[in-house]
Design a protein around this ligand. Structure first.
Ligand code: THU
Length: 130
């Protein structure tokens, strides 16, 4: 499954619209249906209006009717693996649990796998509102 996720994230990354940073990112997410949803970063001439690859992938998951994130893989173009930014950690949290696995990849493959709790400890999530 990780190989499939990696290939899907790389294909998404290659579609990124990143003319300003030139830093293309792809994300692939497994939803509870077992389907894989992908996304890329989409930048904007009004810089703050751009958004991240994870955000695109989460939107695809929601639009397809899934409500849970089972696994995430993020890949960029740099040899340094891309970890989800702070905002995306919280967006992932909305649909995941602290034990959800996040794979961090470089162009030649997954470098590290960690839990969401490693990336976002003591997180605030939907349960805090119930
Ligand atoms: N970026 C992502 O797509 N995901 C992340 O988690 C980190 C950053 C994008 C946003 C921007 O288009 C580019 O990478 C440079 O920050």
């Amino acid at each position: 499954m990780t190989d499939e996720l990696f290939a899907a994230a790389c294909a998404a990354r290659d579609r990124a619209h990143a003319p300003y940073s030139k830093f293309k990112v792809g994300a692939a997410i497994v939803g509870e249906s077992g389907r894989i949803f992908t996304g890329c970063n989409v930048e904007n001439a009004a810089y703050p209006e751009g958004w991240c690859a994870e955000t695109s992938a989460i939107a695809a998951l929601v639009m397809a009717g899934d409500t849970k994130i089972i696994e995430v893989l993020v890949v960029g173009i740099s040899p340094e693996p891309v970890t989800p930014c702070g905002g995306c950690r919280q967006r992932i949290r909305e649909f995941a649990t602290p034990t959800t696995t996040i794979h961090i990849a470089a162009p030649d493959g997954v470098q590290q796998s960690m839990t969401l709790a490693d990336l976002l400890p003591q997180s605030f999530g939907p349960d805090n509102l119930s």
